[in-house]
Design a binder for this molecule. Sequence first.
Ligand SMILES: CC(C)(COP(=O)(O)OP(=O)(O)OC[C@H]1O[C@@H](n2cnc3c(N)ncnc32)[C@H](O)[C@@H]1OP(=O)(O)O)[C@@H](O)C(=O)NCCC(=O)NCCS
Length: 225
Amino acid sequence: MRNVLIGTGVVGEAIFDAFANQVRFDLAVVDSKFVKTGTWNDLPVISTEEYLKSEDLSGDSFVVAIGYTESNGLRRKKLEALRASGAKPLSLIHEKSYISAKSCIEQGVVIFPQVVVENHVTVEVGSILWSNAVIGHESRISPYCFLAASVTVAGAAIVEEQCTLGVGALVGNNVRIGRGSIIGAGAIVTKHVKDESVVINPSSPILGLPPKFFDQLSGFDSLKP
Ligand SMILES: CC(C)(COP(=O)(O)OP(=O)(O)OC[C@H]1O[C@@H](n2cnc3c(N)ncnc32)[C@H](O)[C@@H]1OP(=O)(O)O)[C@@H](O)C(=O)NCCC(=O)NCCS
């Protein structure tokens, strides 16, 4: 039986690093155009084409380390193709995350450190929850979503398939985010969002204050020992 990491890019590096104490990968697999050397992080690397030609993949477990490329569609394609070939999607849940025993994490999900999944939540196949995400009680994260660092989903919210939520986005109670939507970094979503929407909130103005301004703040001085 082998543990196989699919993808050696930014997400592959992050997963390999974050889960180094929890899972030992035996093989890395990438499309042939990305095979540059025979090893990556001391793992043997082979092409997807070569891997899929292997006689029997039924003993293998795999993690698809691909982010929101093609609106999460590439991760979906890879996971479905490998599953159809007999390999099993592995879920990675970081030991420093809290997952309620009353919640359900499906196959092929990756949950980075310091994530909180409250009670009666479902995180469906192929979704990725990056560090510090919080999923409130009774919410559903549908298949192949990507939630960036520090996303907060309040209670009883629904994030439909293949959504991407940017860093620090906040989804309010009972809100439904339509399929394939992109929620920008820092956005606050309080109303339902139609399928394939892009949501951003106004960005903060850049004031351009001179650095000496901070020396004049009494609050900063009082923090000095
Ligand atoms: C929403 C988003 C997808 C839009 O990307 P884009 O189409 O390339 O947008 P641009 O960078 O061209 O910005 C267009 C305008 O929207 C503003 N804008 C972009 N993203 C914004 C955001 N999240 N909140 C507020 N304003 C934003 C830009 O400042 C710019 O304003 P301007 O026209 O006044 O200069 C993107 O900015 C975003 O938030 N991505 C998520 C990033 C993230 O969390 N990544 C996770 C990495 S793991």
